[in-house]
Design a protein around this ligand. Structure first.
Ligand code: HXC
Length: 263
């Protein structure tokens, strides 16, 4: 994708300003409700950005007012279990969690249901002070379906997870920060620029090391310690085959800043 290009999607905006890109969910009339088409577009955009070596970090936002009020209830209301199984509604989200570069959520306003789950799939979350994160599915007679029941307790612990799942009430940005769900709370008007600043910082780092670090940290949620340590060790050794490792270490010794090529 070329610099500063708004690529033609219907439900999202994609702006590339190398070395970062920003994806903005764009269904404002329904508070960015996550229709299947929107999720497909986010997947496609992330796939393109993953393949674009000029892009080294991505911000995912819903804009100034709302992150996303969840999966599209009007699309789900009359579906049967068989419909849901056959179209594998939440299977489509796997590509988002598999994105290999630093992915930073910039959350203003509501991040509810699938909206919260989408934020939790990102690597860092920057929240505006207006943000409200929660899993209100219980109010609809369902449970989270895109990772909420698993990612909340792994990050915020069992009791906070039970509180949001069982009572259906969201937590404030401040409480989310205290629970370790978000990295930083900023005034709402600063959220996107703060996330873009962090994305630019991440984009300066060695891309292959970032990829391996991300993979290894995510493994910690899925494997026993010994297996996770083995993944880390192999990735650590592998990175000594990269030009970026030579550049990073020699730059340090020469008292200059390393310039990384992702090679
Ligand atoms: C479809 C939605 C929607 C949603 C809001 N809208 N959320 N449409 N799906 N998830 C629509 C409203 O119907 C309304 O349309 C417009 O957006 C504005 O919303 P209001 O309710 O009028 O706004 P407000 O009073 O400010 O209340 C905001 C809100 C509320 C608290 C966020 O909209 C709300 O509770 N939304 C539902 C949140 C939710 O239950 N999310 C979980 C969904 S299930 P009109 O046409 O009336 O203007 C889920 C499961 C995920 O996410 C599973 C994995 C895929």
């Amino acid at each position: 994708m070329a610099d500063d290009t708004a690529v033609g999607y219907e439900n999202i905006l994609v702006e590339v300003s190398a070395p970062i890109a920003t994806i903005t969910l764009n269904r404002p009339k329904v508070l960015n409700a996550l229709s299947p088409d929107l999720i497909r577009e986010v997947n496609e955009a992330l796939g393109e950005l993953d393949a674009d070596s000029n892009v080294r970090a991505v911000v995912l936002t819903g804009g100034a007012r709302v992150f996303a009020a969840g999966a599209d209830i009007s699309d789900m209301a009359d579906r049967t279990a068989v419909d849901q199984l056959q179209r594998d509604q939440t299977g489509r989200w796997a590509g988002i969690a598999a994105f290999s570069k630093p992915l930073i959520a910039a959350v203003n306003g509501y991040a509810l249901g699938g909206g919260c789950e989408l934020a939790l799939m990102c690597d860092l979350i920057i929240a505006g002070d207006s943000a409200r994160l929660g899993q209100p599915e219980i109010n609809l007679g369902i449970i989270p379906g895109a990772g909420g029941t698993q990612r909340w307790p792994r990050t915020a612990g069992k009791h906070a997870a039970m509180e949001v799942m069982l009572l259906g009430a969201p937590v404030t940005a401040r409480r989310a920060y205290e629970l370790g769900l978000v990295n930083k709370v900023v005034p709402a008007e600063m959220t996107i620029t703060a996330a873009q600043r962090i994305a630019r910082q991440a984009a300066e780092k060695a891309p292959l090391a970032a990829r391996m670090a991300k993979e290894a940290v995510l493994k910690a949620f899925e494997t026993p310690l010994a297996e996770g340590l083995a993944v880390e060790r192999k990735s650590f050794y592998f990175l000594f085959s990269t030009e970026d490792q030579k550049e990073g270490m020699h730059a340090f010794l020469e008292k200059r800043r390393g310039v990384f090529k992702g090679k």
